[in-house]
Every structure is written in structure tokens, then in C-alpha cells.
Design a protein. Structure first.
Length: 406
């Protein structure tokens, strides 16, 4: 944290003082942390949707002023990360809570520019190439302690994960191309002291970064162009699937979620599980042998069902009663559309009523959020259109079945 705790706690009083102007970057950090507090302690606040909308709009306004004054400082880097990176502090949320993926991606770009200028790309040596910008190259700083280097490594790998997230979820080109960085994996304890209180943070980092490496390899493979040979194409996809399944087995994510004692730990575990489900769905969908069939791959439908069921279970607890739209967009939109498409195209299977109940629940959840957030109505329009089609197909099938019996 680049700002002192006492200064952060004094910001509310400073903002009320007409004779004091708090700089934009400090305000962005303050309001972003306020949003994080609301998400983690929803029972303490009334009108959650109104508060989230106010904070998002406030940060968006501050960001418009701030981008003209960005400097290559750790404080500016932290603010850019807060505005861009869910991987570090829930903050694709800040931009995605307004369904503004373009703003989130723009802030990631600012964060990476600052990180490169501060040497985050070159902690462990010079990269293979400088992308035509040798003046920005700052090699390893000899006066840095190992703790300083570990902190940089930790933050860089989160930035790398966020870059993969935008590539996977929004089809963006990579902002961290191969050969532009040289950063080893950090000691997840940062300072070498293994604290019980940070155990889930360490587990989340190790598991999510292993998953990031698989996602990055998959995306680089896709970017290299299609493999015309179905056998070798599907064999490559199977190798990625095996790696993801190995990660889930090694860390036993379901058991970790059961052992989680705090809301933060539970969300760390669920993030690992949801992210794993998402890439498993995408990988199964990308197999050429499955694309030749009339129905969606059974594994794709199974993982989609499990993802929404787990999300429903998490929100069923009072501790997890509030979820903004960003978690739906990041983790549940792909499962939602998969189940909807399967209901429409494969409506005779046994689980169709279970899946219809799940997608209807997603629709009700989104509608409850949109009631407090009018700017999110386009999301509701899409969700309602899919649900209408699902229910219509189901009713037509039931009517046809009754007619056949008679």
C-alpha cells in the first residue's frame, strides 16, 4: 500500500474541508478501498446498489482528471491497478460494475506503462526484447532487497493474470507480449515468513498463477493460427485440459472452500474454482471433435451447471449476500449462456428443469441488481431475451408431449 494508513483514515475529514484539495490518485485509492469494504461487509450498509453506483461514478470522474496527470510512481501504479485489476483487489469490479470493460482495459494499459518504467518487467534480468523502447528499459536494481523484488514479482504476476483475463473474456490483444519481461515466480509469503493469516492468499496466488500459465499458453497457441489437423488440434486441447484438472486435484479446491473460515478466504477459493470452470468450458468447446456434433459437449454443460450452483450456494449465505454485476460478467455469463443454449437445443434431456431453474435464478439475481442500477439495463435485456427463449422452448416441448399422450 503506497499510502500510510493514518493518511487514508484522515481522507474523509480532508474531503469535508473546503480549504484542502486531496490529490486525484489518493481519492481513487480511498474510494476503491471503500468499495472493497462494502463488498466484504454488505450487512453494514443500506442501499448497496446506490453506494456502488456513487463510488463507481466518483472514481470514473476522478480518473478522467487523473489520466492527464499520471506519473511513474508506485502510488499511481497502485491506483491504476485498483481501477483495472480484479486479480489484485477485486477491481475489474470498479470498471465492470459500470459494465465498462474498455475503461478497465485502458487502466490496465496505464498500470503496465507505469510498472515497466518502475522496473517491474525486469526484476530478474533483461528481457529478450525491449519492444523498440530501450529508453524505458530499467534492468534489475542492485540496491533492492529480496523482499522488494518479491513484492514486484508478486504484483507483476497479478498484472500478467489480468492481461490474460482481458484476452480470454473480452478478446483483447495481449499488452504483455512474449519476450518483453523477465520475472521469476515470487515467494508468495513475500518476506519469507509463513503466516497462518495469509495462508489462503498464498494458496490462491500459487493455484491461480499455475492456471494463468495454462491460459497464457492456450491463448498464445490460438494466436499462432488454427491447426488444420483435427487430431493434433484436439490433442493439444486435451493437454491443456489435463493441466487444469491437475491443478484442481493438487489443490483440492472444493475441500479448501469447505475449510475457509472467513468471507475473504471463501472468495479466494471460489475465484480459483470459477476460473477453472471457465477455462475448462472454453477448452471443451474448442475441441474440433465436439464442434461436429449437434449438441454441446456434456462436460461443458456439466461445468456450467456446477459453476452456477456454487455461485448460488455462496450467495445463499448471509456472509455472501451481496454480489455486484462484475462477478456475473466475469464468472457466470459463459455458464449462463451455455446452459441457455443447451436448454434451447437439447430440451429432451433429464436435467433441463434443473438448468432452467438455475438460469432463471441468474436472471432474478441480475434483475435485483439492475433495479438499483439503471445503467445496467442493457445487461438485463440480454438476460431476459435468453430466458424468454428458454421458457418458450420448454413450454412448447411440454405442450407437444401432452398432445402426443392424448
Amino acid at each position: 500500500m503506497p499510502l500510510e494508513k493514518d493518511f487514508l483514515l484522515s481522507i474523509p475529514d480532508l474531503l469535508r474541508n473546503p480549504h484542502i484539495q486531496v490529490d486525484y490518485v489518493s481519492q481513487i485509492i480511498y474510494y476503491s478501498l471503500c468499495l472493497q469494504s462494502i463488498m466484504l461487509n454488505p450487512s453494514l450498509y443500506n442501499d448497496i446498489g446506490g453506494l456502488v453506483r456513487y463510488i463507481y461514478q466518483k472514481c470514473q470522474t476522478l480518473t478522467e482528471y487523473w489520466v492527464d496527470h499520471i506519473q511513474n510512481t508506485p502510488t499511481d501504479l497502485y491506483a491504476a491497478i485498483l481501477m483495472a485489476s480484479e486479480a489484485i483487489i477485486l477491481q475489474v469490479s470498479m470498471a465492470l460494475e459500470g459494465c465498462n470493460s474498455e475503461l478497465a482495459w485502458k487502466m490496465l494499459g496505464h498500470a503496465l506503462t507505469i510498472a515497466k518504467a518502475l522496473g517491474y518487467f525486469y526484476v530478474d534480468g533483461y528481457p529478450d526484447e525491449a519492444n523498440g523502447q530501450p529508453s524505458l528499459l530499467q534492468g534489475p536494481m542492485t540496491d533492492e532487497t529480496e523482499v522488494d523484488k518479491n513484492r514486484k514479482r508478486f504484483e507483476f504476476w497479478h498484472l500478467l493474470r489480468t492481461d490474460c483475463l482481458f484476452r480470454l473474456c473480452f478478446g483483447k490483444p495481449t499488452l504483455i507480449p512474449p519476450g518483453s519481461w523477465k520475472v521469476n515466480f515470487p515467494d508468495p509469503t513475500i518476506d519469507g515468513i509463513d503466516k497462518e493469516s495469509s495462508r489462503f492468499v498464498q494458496i490462491h496466488f500459487l493455484a491461480s498463477m499455475r492456471l494463468t500459465i495454462v491460459v497464457m499458453k492456450y491463448l498464445d497457441w490460438v494466436d499462432s493460427g488454427p491447426d488444420p489437423n483435427q487430431v493434433s488440434h484436439d490433442a493439444t486441447v486435451d493437454s491443456f485440459l489435463a493441466e487444469v484438472e491437475s491443478i484442481m486435484r493438487d489443490w483440492d479446491t472444493d475441500e479448501l472452500l469447505r475449510l475457509a473460515k472467513t468471507q475473504v478466504d471463501a472468495w479466494f477459493c471460489s475465484d480459483m474454482i470459477f476460473s477453472s470452470f471457465k477455462i475448462l468450458i472454453i477448452l471443451h468447446q474448442s475441441k474440433k471433435c465436439e464442434q461436429q456434433k449437434h449438441h454441446l459437449p456434456p462436460k461443458t454443460v456439466e461445468f456450467s451447471r456446477k459453476s452456477i450452483q456454487m455461485f448460488q450456494s455462496l450467495l445463499g449465505s448471509a456472509l455472501h449476500a451481496y454480489s455486484g454485476i462484475s462477478l456475473i460478467l466475469l464468472h457466470q455469463f459463459i455458464p449462463f449462456f451455455i446452459l441457455c443454449l443447451d436448454i434451447i437445443g437439447n430440451h429432451e434431456r433429464e436435467e433441463v428443469d434443473t438448468d432452467l431453474a438455475l438460469v432463471t435464478w441468474i436472471g432474478d439475481h441480475v434483475e435485483a441488481i439492475v433495479e438499483e442500477r439503471v445503467e445496467l439495463r442493457p445487461v438485463m435485456i440480454i438476460v431476459k431475451a435468453m430466458l424468454t427463449a428458454c421458457h418458450q422452448v420448454r413450454m412448447n416441448h411440454l405442450a407437444a408431449s401432452m398432445t402426443g399422450i392424448e
